[in-house]
Design a protein around this ligand. Structure first.
Ligand SMILES: [Zn+2]
Ligand SMILES: [Zn+2]
Length: 260
């Protein structure tokens, strides 16, 4: 069983599908022994409105103010960083660079839920059911994001499995491409435990973390981190068995003392 004393994947209610007060996320993380913590809400994007997926751009300052305040308030107890979970698209590069260079945020993680390459209002990737060409386009964008140097790690690299009912040769190809790049760039891959809280047998489609992805990943010298991806303060509860089992079963290299 692994022990986690870091978590850099945490949302806030601003995204429209997470709940609770910012401070309660920190307090609950402290309770379970998290020492290094990061807020990484879905990035607010100028000119793009996706209610229920990400906070409106007008909420950016409030997010930065609130999280920096907590960073200061709890500085003797927990190391808090401020960042975003963000999609890669060429046109966002300048904006992300500015957020980082100005010191407004400390880090970004790559969470590719939407493909903004083609549209300002794209569908969530899981809605492209069985769409093989979209899968490859998605993978290209994800890999460009990995190569951009903007991101500290890849959140839920196996998210694409939600497009399919069963594993197929294309899933394997994309898995191998992601893993090869992760090795080349020494970029950690995240085992994400958020969705596993809501697993049920009614879903026909695959869910993540997907063991077939991680089994193939284990053939590469990749490094993994674990993300709670908390959308409610009470998700900081030490229930990390799903990630622990994958790490043990496939003998993955977990960066236990992961620091940004
Ligand atoms: Zn979310
Ligand atoms: Zn995500």
């Amino acid at each position: 069983m692994i022990k986690l004393d870091y978590c850099y994947h945490t949302h806030t209610s601003r995204c429209g599908h997470a709940f609770g007060e910012d401070e309660d996320y920190v307090l609950n993380a402290i309770k379970i022994g998290i020492k290094r913590f990061g807020f990484s809400d879905h990035v607010m994007l100028p000119g793009i409105k996706q209610p229920h997926s990400r906070g409106d751009f007008t909420l950016l300052n409030d997010y930065l103010l609130s999280t920096r305040k907590l960073q200061h308030k709890f500085k003797d107890i927990i190391d808090i960083k401020v960042g975003f979970e963000a999609e890669y698209a060429d046109r966002f590069v300048n904006y992300y660079q500015e957020l980082l260079a100005s010191g407004k945020i400390d880090y970004l993680i790559l969470g590719q839920h939407f493909d903004f390459d083609k549209s300002d209002n794209p569908q969530y990737i899981k809605q492209y059911k069985n769409n093989i060409s979209e899968l490859y386009h998605y993978a290209d964008q994800l890999i460009k994001g990995m190569q951009s140097g903007l991101f500290k790690y890849v959140a839920h690299p196996d998210l694409f499995v939600t497009m399919f009912k069963t594993w197929n040769e294309h899933c394997e190809k994309v898995t191998r491409a992601i893993c090869e790049e992760a090795v080349k760039l020494a970029l950690p891959l995240e085992i994400n435990i958020h969705a596993s809280r809501f697993w049920n047998n009614n879903s026909d489609f695959m869910v993540y973390p997907e063991v077939k992805f991680w089994k193939i990943a284990s053939q590469y010298p990749i490094k993994v981190v674990v993300g709670y991806d908390a959308h409610h303060p009470l998700e900081f509860d030490n229930q990390i068995d799903v990630a622990s089992e994958i790490i043990d079963k496939y003998k993955l290299t977990h960066i236990k003392d992961y620091k940004l």
